[in-house]
Write a protein that binds this ligand. Sequence first.
Ligand code: KG4
Ligand code: ZN
Length: 337
Amino acid sequence: MLKDIITMGIETSCDETSIAIVKNGREVLTNRISSQIDLHKKFGGVVPEVASRKHIETIDYILDDALNEANLELNDIDNIAVTYGPGLVGALLVGLSYAKALSFAICKPLIGVNHIEGHICANYIEYKSLEPPFVCLIASGGHSHLVYIKDYGEYEILGRTRDDAAGEAFDKISRAMKLGYPGGPIIDDLAKRGNENAIDFPRSYLEKDSFDFSFSGLKSAVLNYLNSKEQKNEEVIVEDVAASFQRAVVDVLVDKTIRLANVKNSKIIAIAGGVASNSGLRNLMKEKAKEHKIDVKYPSKILCTDNAAMIACAGYYNYMNGKFSDLSLNAVPNLKL
Ligand code: KG4
Ligand code: ZN
């Protein structure tokens, strides 16, 4: 019988301090997450220096919690996977330095993980039998990517955002309407009570065959709408703005993803990243995919947003592919997939 491989994942790229322990890539023994959202809320977004400091204060406790919950000791860990980019440099450095120190102390391999790859891998944890190839839409606060997953660790990137990421658009619109941070879940909630056909916001499809995204035009259209309402002293129905804006984002995400699945002849679409927990996106993707007999996968909400279980899973596949890092590994804030 093969020996189990126990991977520790460490994630500090933005405003979540998280440590997970995962067995054989997909079985989560613990996934401890400490979110800093409440700390950043009053600033309307993540303050990088505050984030780094909070990671430093928190990470020791998270490690203790994780080992206790998994009922393991440091020496039971076979390898340590850590996010080294993309993300906020100071925040990344906290997790990376911590992972290096642990790897050195227990003499176990260090594995650098690309955060975006981690988001994709959240689907492997959710669906134990999911195997490549498949099409994946990654939509988070910092990234919007359309990717064909050829094999573990083998990606063909077909689309990226040319300006704002999908989650960023949600956050900016929420801020403009003074609704709070992060905007995604707030707008998602309001949209359920609004009319998505109330306002005809633009959908940007770019060139005919393009799989890239652009949300800045939509963002400006919503801001213009809000300004003109204010100037005319007219009431804004926030539920309708939320629903119409969300539908405009989701229409483009769904159309392009289904088109790519058809081009690649893929019968599986996975979605990942914070925006993958959006109910409008999940519902429309399932509805449209059904017409093409395509199966839609998405991780549970806790695995959509930043967490270390997805990093451990990605690290496990890197490890199996012989991709290790050494102690010279540095943080790469703009790391590409
Ligand atoms: O993946 P994530 O935790 O962090 C990044 O890697 O960026 O994603 C956070 C983003 C935020 O922009 C947040 O507003 C968005 O995901 N988000 C949502 C929802 N939940 C989180 N966007 C739309 N609908 C949601 N339900
Ligand atoms: Zn993320």
